[in-house]
Write a protein that binds this ligand. Sequence first.
Ligand SMILES: *Cc1c(COP(=O)(O)O)cnc(C)c1O
Length: 386
Amino acid sequence: MNYQQADEQYIAHTYKRFPIVITKGQGSLVEDENGKEYIDLGTGIAVNSFGVADPVWQEAVSAQIAKVQHMSNLYYTEPCIELAQMLCSRTGMKKVFFSNSGAEANECAIKVARKYAAAKKGADCFTIVTLENSFHGRTITTLAATGQAHYHEDFQPLTPGFIHVQPGDMAALEAAAKEHKLAAVMIECVQGEGGVLPLDKDYVLALSQFVKDHDLLLIVDEVQTGNGRSGELYAYMHYGLSPDIVSTAKGLAGGLPLGATLMNDKTQDVLSYGDHGSTFGGNPVSCAAGVSILSRIDDALLADVRKKSALIFDALKDAPGVEDVSGLGLMIGVKTTKPAGEVLAACMENGLLCLTAKDRIRLLPALNIPEDILMKGIGILKAACV
Ligand SMILES: *Cc1c(COP(=O)(O)O)cnc(C)c1O
């Protein structure tokens, strides 16, 4: 039985995989079982922040595995505390809850928002507003938060207490506040799965003012945009926001599962003993990886991310077969004249791995991708667009 047949027989059919078996890699280059090399502009969906098998990351992970791999949250472990301190000092947030994924980081954010609003304004103030076309995860509650109806089919009833408004539509937000008793508003600054679409700056500032005026919490989902991906440490920093809760995951530990929910001075003490927990959350190996990743995302690296972003925009914006380029930092959506799936297949054939989001090609290269490899990859993409 080959890999494809075994996968077909033994693994639930939730993923429509491409017919490639990746066996190894280094940085932004990966290799399949036949020795064919690919430039990787997908990084495992924004997870491998410094590419595949990065030596510095490997060293941090191996050193921690050699000491202690897991002790549960019944005891203190160093990497967990160190990473929480780093996250707070880099953001001004006050406390962190660690979990293992983006959906879990959002679940925690939602629990904090509900408990805060119930205590402050009454148990009926539980509704959270999210945006149409958003993506917040696959659990029953984060699906409810996700503003894309097709993900909801077949899984009803979802958790109650979520409504969705159109991005950019302040009137819809005002109407929601009249109709429902609200707890919070939750946004992605750049809708990743929704097509790599940054929210309009004026809208985000108006939304932030609205949240303050109505005594609501602002939750920013930085699961995909976070940890340097946007060209700032967190994308909300581009918008000058002061969120009450920030969730992040994907790139935080550079390839190991780690979610984090950050709480500010207002929300830091909402959760108390027994309110929330996770067996694996704050795992020392993931957290040691996180410390290593976060310590490398400094001003110089962020400037470099913004520079490479500009190079990609310049190379693609007037390219034949490209209708539009969207995004922020190294999170880029490309609307192509040809169907995105066709472009992606042609890229793969020619040694380039990229992703799609809705009707766009999505690029999420490693933050440290060498310029020559990046531009070679963009060349392959351009050729595939015509
Ligand atoms: C990927 C993603 C999630 C879900 O993360 P998982 O780790 O797959 O649970 C949530 N929100 C956003 C914005 C994401 O991009």
